[in-house]
Unconditional design. Structure first.
Ligand code: 5GP
Length: 123
C-alpha cells in the first residue's frame, strides 16, 4: 500500500487538525483517541510515513523503531495504567480492521477489557 499523506494522522502531525496531545518527541506523537472505547484510550503514532505495523517493522530505521516503542512505554507511564493493566492494539489492514492508514498503537485501559477478539461469524 502506498502511503497517503492526506490521511487524518498525517494531518494531525502537520498540525492541520488539533489533537489532545499526551507526549511527543522526535520519533512519536501520542494523543487521546477522539472516540474512546475505554476510560483510557490513547494513540501513539510514529513521525515517519508508514502505512501500518508491517511497513514500520520492515522499513523504519532502528532509531525510529526504538524511539517509537520507548515512546509507547513513556505514554503508558504517563497514563498510569501499568499497575492496573492495559492492552496495546495495533490493527493492520482490512482483516485487522485498520481505519487510518498511518501506523498507530492503541493503548487502552481503565477497566477490564474483555476477550482479546470477539467471535463473529460472517456466514
Ligand atoms: P484503527 O481502526 O485505524 O486502528 O483506529 C483508528 C482510530 O483513530 C480510531 O480509534 C478512531 O477513533 C481514531 N481517530 C480517527 N480520527 C481521529 C481524529 O481525528 N482524532 C483522533 N484523536 N482520533 C481519531
Amino acid at each position: 500500500m502506498t502511503y497517503d499523506p492526506s490521511n487524518i494522522f498525517a494531518r494531525i502531525l502537520r498540525s492541520e487538525i488539533p489533537c489532545k496531545k499526551i507526549a511527543e518527541d522526535t520519533y512519536f506523537l501520542a494523543f487521546h483517541d477522539v472516540s474512546p472505547r475505554a476510560p483510557v484510550h490513547a494513540l501513539v503514532i510514529p513521525k515517519g510515513a508508514f502505512t501500518d505495523a508491517h511497513d514500520f517493522h520492515k522499513n523504519a530505521t532502528s532509531a525510529e523503531i526504538v524511539g517509537f516503542y520507548k515512546g509507547v512505554a513513556q505514554v503508558v507511564d504517563i497514563l498510569g495504567v501499568h499497575n492496573s493493566g492495559f492492552r496495546q492494539i495495533c490493527n493492520c489492514g482490512v482483516n485487522g480492521g485498520q481505519e487510518v492508514p498511518h501506523y498507530h498503537m492503541h493503548i487502552l485501559g481503565g477497566r477490564k477489557l474483555g476477550p482479546m477478539v470477539s467471535v463473529v461469524s460472517d456466514e
